[in-house]
Design a protein around this ligand. Sequence first.
Ligand code: SF4
Length: 327
Amino acid sequence: MAEIPLLEINRLKKHFPIRGGLMGGITAEVRAVDDLSFTIARGETLSLVGESGSGKSTVGRTILGLTAPSAGEIWLDGTRIDQLSRRRMRALRQRMQIIFQDPFSSLDPRFSVRESLAEPLDNFGLARGAARAARIHELLDQVQLPHAAADRRPHEFSGGQRQRIAIARALAPRPDLIICDEAVSALDVSVKAQIINLLADIQRNLGLAMLFISHDLAIVEHLTHRIAVMYLGEIVEIGTREAVFAGPRHPYTEALLSAVPMPDPGARHRRIVLSGDIPSPRNPPPGCRFHTRCPYAFDRCRSEAPKLRGPNHHQAACHLDRLPGSA
Ligand code: SF4
């Protein structure tokens, strides 16, 4: 029998109503997430990649119950979680943690590191007394900070060190799944590489599942098992890291990949610069949502929305069988 995925998202939608007019009724809606499906296995990292405005952060917030879905299902380890009461959802939060771009979102500046790390242990009743002290030292070891860091406050650390503390706090309740929402985007290049390596080590050592949300394909290359590319609320390509990097099948992915710097400048195809900004999710283009920016668009693209197709390890939503110029 096939193993149940740790996380399963089925036809998820999140539409935000826009109210207006004299009566304050709903006049339009922002289709932030539109009919999204994917799974994450235990111990697997899936990266959700796309430009700002693609809806990827809304996916993370909806999984965690921070905002309710408009339609669709979210399953964690065989249990449907999108309709749970707040009380049951709060208990489940032990199994799902999030790391934000700004560590101050999860670290109270008035708390010492010890207090910040103790809080989730206390909230979930996980460790007291000497066991709690030992667990805090173990967490600091896992993020490679000295034990002396426990008595300092967040403002005494650099941005990279603060992100290590936020990671330790997310690890405290021993979650099965961590959602990293642009967790390294605000860091300097060298610090970014250190935190990515740390996350990759932690993921491997603890067998964690990870949903890594990023606007930057370059930073997921050494961290992820699979990649899902989002455009205007939809997944346009999904596959293993090897398949997507070796041969993108959607023009949007091709354009994102063409911007990834290569160690050997002659090794990657020409740079594709997309014209214009991502259209508004309030009024997505008909047919293929990417047709207003796609260099290969043809008549059919403007009227018929392509569906994801291809083998399980690599699917794309495009009417083309293969991209011009690809092998
Ligand atoms: Fe471009 Fe058409 Fe493919 Fe959409 S379906 S990505 S517009 S070629």
